[in-house]
Design a protein. Structure first.
Length: 70
């Protein structure tokens, strides 16, 4: 899961600081998420999925499809 969060950020060409600022979370917390050193809350999981326009299932590695079902 954490690897996917990092991959999405890199694909978008964003820094950890920019993403964390947009999401309204601390940069140190976001960094620890990418490293797998901090558990992610459901609230933050949803924020990240919305920002990167992917499903939470994609981030959680339950699917390889990035698309959000509508």
């Amino acid at each position: 899961m954490y690897k996917r969060i990092k991959e999405l950020r890199i694909e978008k060409g964003e820094s950890q600081l920019k993403v964390s600022t947009i999401l309204g979370i601390e940069q140190s917390y976001y960094s620890k998420l990418e490293l797998g050193k901090h558990e992610i809350s459901v609230k933050d999981l949803k924020k990240i999925a919305e920002y990167f326009n992917v499903s939470t299932d994609y981030i959680l590695e339950r699917t390889n499809r990035k698309e959000v079902n509508k």
